[in-house]
Design a protein. Structure first.
Length: 151
């Protein structure tokens, strides 16, 4: 089937099955490989993108559900005010270790900061709990979110 998608402010027409996960359309059809495959069951957060501003797990979202919605990936999140602050703080705090989960972490953190400009530790922990970092950079992730909130 043919679907029209709006991704990072650009229009794409993709010819894929209606139940293919958005993740694979973004990566394999459109060529935006910043969004990562982690678990395939929406448990790790590596595949997080924004759909109409809300963080969603693209590994379980059928492409047919993304039609007529604005999709933002890690490739464009820095163009938003919250995304730019989060990315700068990520670099300043040196959050990344292996980096595999970081696009999903940044997408979730950006949504948090866009919704709550002064998140508490509890707010951060609640929102970020769905993003797994196998390297254990959680203290640096929290510090970076706090730094971005202060910017």
């Amino acid at each position: 089937m043919s679907f029209s998608l709006s991704v990072n402010g650009e229009s794409y027409v993709v010819d894929v099955d209606d139940d293919i996960p958005l993740l694979w359309v973004l990566r394999d059809t459109i060529g935006l490989t910043g969004t990562k495959f982690g678990c395939g069951i929406a448990m790790c957060g590596a595949c997080t993108v924004h759909v109409d501003g809300t963080p969603m797990r693209s590994c379980v979202m059928p492409v047919s559900e993304a039609v007529s919605k604005e999709i933002t990936t890690i490739e464009a999140i820095g163009a938003t005010a919250a995304g730019a602050r989060i990315q700068k703080a990520w670099l300043d705090i040196d959050v990344v270790q292996c980096g595999y989960c970081q696009s999903g972490q940044i997408m979730s953190a950006t949504a948090l900061l866009a919704a709550n400009s002064r998140p508490s530790d509890e707010d951060i922990d609640a929102v970020m709990a769905g993003n797994i970092c196998r390297c254990g950079t959680y203290p640096r992730i929290r510090a970076a979110i706090k730094k971005a909130a202060e910017a």
